[in-house]
Design a binder for this molecule. Structure first.
Ligand code: DP6
Length: 341
């Protein structure tokens, strides 16, 4: 019997950039994110003789799966088998899997679809294992998600979650956990997307270059020494001022690392910098609780409180050549009875 799950992307406040082990996606440093309430991805998994992946766009069109896509699922399944062996669940190991993916994420809007897809895959696989009487914990599901995409481990939890990088090379030495649930601190994420072009360099290639930057070592030290904890404290205390300080510092720092790696990675565009400058002026003028953060692309995520939302939406829609996507704090991955998308 197939098992189904639904999931969503997350936006990082302390960014995951660079691994200590690329093969196992073991991150070099901790990270924090806010799970979003939309757009959704749904995944169905079933036992199969051979691995197949059928993927559909948000408008129902079949999405072409390249060899690279299939290879990523193949590699993920190999790692999942390795992990299930590691935790003594050998008899739960599937021979192979048929995956069906329905993605409600419009392409290239600056929201990481791999985080939503692999958290959803992990959740659906957990459903399949459950049918055989094997119950995985949330932490174990986050490990399975991480093996497909590092940031996916955080989408296993709703609200705000933290990835613990851990140490060493054990397959489960890095995992995510929830900091607080979604209703603890509902914040909005108003995403301004200057360009709808697909990005040139995926995150996976980028992580492998992080350590070539002379700024990388210091970045890891700063996160592990204080920045991660400051971010967690800001969330627990609902201290927007502190959250703004650490999240903006971290996003800028990650982009400095990207720009100083070999080869250099430039994800931000002139429009990105213009939006940041304008927001800095606008929030000072109107005293608005809004912070900006950018992932591996030119989109600016404006995270704001309920009180600031109307003003920020007004600003976002004034950017005529940009696309605006509106989302907020939401629930993480979960099993569903049948597909809805
Ligand atoms: C900049 O999790 O997308 O969004 O493990 O290769 O899939 P892979 O990388 P991914 O990297 C995320 C990078 C980031 C920051 C973040 O989300 O923490």
């Amino acid at each position: 019997m197939p098992a189904y799950a639904s999931s969503v992307p997350n936006i990082a406040l302390i960014k995951y950039w660079g691994n200590r082990n690329d093969d196992l996606r073991l991150p070099a440093a901790d990270s924090v994110s806010m799970t979003l309430n939309t757009p959704h991805v749904e995944v169905g998994v079933d036992h199969s003789d051979i691995l197949t992946v059928s993927s559909f766009e948000f408008d129902g069109r079949a999405r072409e799966m390249t060899m690279k896509h299939i290879a990523r699922f193949q590699k993920h399944l190999e790692l999942v088998k390795q992990y299930l062996t590691h935790i003594g669940m050998m008899d739960a190991i599937p021979h192979s899997i048929a995956y069906t993916i329905h993605s409600g994420i419009p392409p290239a809007i600056g929201l990481a679809s791999s985080a939503a897809v692999f958290s959803c895959v992990a959740e659906a696989l957990a459903g399949l294992l459950q049918q055989k009487g094997h119950n995985l914990t949330r932490e174990q599901i986050s490990v399975i998600a991480r093996l497909g995409s590092g940031s996916a481990s955080r989408s296993v939890f709703g609200g705000f979650s933290a990835m613990h990088a851990g140490k060493g090379n054990d397959i489960d030495s890095a995992y995510a956990e929830q900091i607080v649930p979604a209703d603890y601190w509902p914040l909005h994420d108003i995403v301004i997307i200057p360009s709808l072009k697909e990005k040139e360099h995926g995150s996976t290639e980028g992580h492998a270059l992080a350590s070539t930057s002379p700024l990388f070592k210091q970045r890891v030290e700063d996160i592990m020494d204080h920045r991660q904890q400051d971010c967690i404290d800001a969330i627990r205390r609902r201290d927007f001022e502190l959250l703004q300080k650490v999240a903006e510092e971290d996003s800028k720092n990650m982009h400095e690392v990207m720009k100083s790696s070999t080869p250099a990675l430039h994800y931000l565009s002139e429009d990105t910098y213009k939006i940041i400058d304008e927001i800095e002026v606008y929030r000072r003028m109107k005293n608005l609780a809004v912070l900006y953060t950018m992932d591996a692309g030119p989109a600016v995520h404006l995270i704001c409180t309920e009180e600031a939302k109307t003003e920020i939406l007004h600003y976002a829609h004034s950017k005529e050549s940009c696309t605006v996507f509106v989302t907020k704090t939401g629930e993480g991955s979960h099993q569903i009875d049948k597909p809805r998308l």
